[in-house]
Write a protein that binds this ligand. Sequence first.
Ligand SMILES: *Cc1c(COP(=O)(O)O)cnc(C)c1O
Length: 431
Amino acid sequence: MQYFSTRGAGPVSLDDALRLGIASDGGLFLPEALPRFDVANFDSAETIPEVAEVLLRPFFDGSELAGDLDAILAETFSFPIPATALPVAGHDVSLLELYHGPTVAFKDVGAGFLAACLSRLEGNIENPLTILVATSGDTGGAVAAAFDERPGMRVVVLFPDGRVSERQAHQLCCWSDNVLSLKVKGSFDDCQALVKGAMADPDLNTAHRFSSANSINIGRLLPQSTYYADASLRHFRRTGKRPGFIIPTGNLGNAFACIMAREMGLPIGPVILATNANRTIADYFETLEWLPRASLQTLASAMDVGDPSNMERLRHLVGEADVLREQVGIVSVSDEQIETSIRQDFAEFGFATCPHTATATHTYRQLDAGLADGHDWILVATAHPAKFETIVEPLIGGPVPVPEELDALLSRPAHSVSIGPTLASLAKVLG
Ligand SMILES: *Cc1c(COP(=O)(O)O)cnc(C)c1O
């Protein structure tokens, strides 16, 4: 299978698309054509790795990694991704729990898969590849966890000092010797500028073999499609119906993977994007004009995106807003509605949801009767609430139990190095 940029460059192999992350013309990689499946193609696939093996096999056609696909999938899906029934009277509604990975957020799936692929393609003990990640929270931890202790790979995480929560900071700094955690005296934008500056510096690049693991790498999208395939197949086998999905959305990577699975023929009904107060996509669907803007800070901080990069993929795959809005729904959820939803989830379901997941549960509650009664629904839970306990605990009036995975991280020692927001300080600590 060959891959082309959304802006036309290519073709490149899967292996090069994984190595490069972004295409030479600034566009994002997509396969030349999506494979098509019937439900029957998955008849003998019971587990997520087995579903993934059927779904992803065509994407690896011609890749050096084709022979390792089973091992890559076994590493990626080393934790369960269950859909748990929710107590909603008279309706079949469940919660797809994407938060059982090492850093208890869905980004563990994409980061784990990318690490399994890149370490096979590029792992070099003599001259390690250096993965640079600027993070405002979840991404850096997932990438560090995925590359931790992988020979021939080094990770450098840059995060803004004092602007991530205590638990988030711990998760960014509790890794082995091949992960360097840098507290940058500056903002997230400063961290991003440092990563771009370092990658554009020829001397630094030769010395350290930089690569990035940001969310636009095709290697993060492909494995995300498999949990939508698996959940929809399970639902379809049980009920004969195509479930709808409601997906907390920021940069549009997770939701794009669901829409891609539907395009490939998986039994998926309506797809609704639940966004926070960042209205770029919602306004586009309404006015048909694409107007990216600066992001607003909200309680669902991992979705604070004003210029969602994967929209370029979605427009390429499906079409412009007039077509898109016929195929994909969208709801913008305010901070006040997120708070109300967290309280209501706790009262009705008996457990807390994180602020991102609460945008999906809110969106479900406000569906019109036609949609609510006409379909079964799967609401997507993108992170464990214990990661956002400072927001959630006051709302539910009690503690959120810390899951084992997070507890294990919080009990590891943390270490980090402080740097100023300049390329010279970064170059110095890189050695
Ligand atoms: C990254 C993230 C999101 C947003 O996902 P996108 O793929 O950027 O749309 C939602 N919830 C959590 C917890 C996240 O970490």
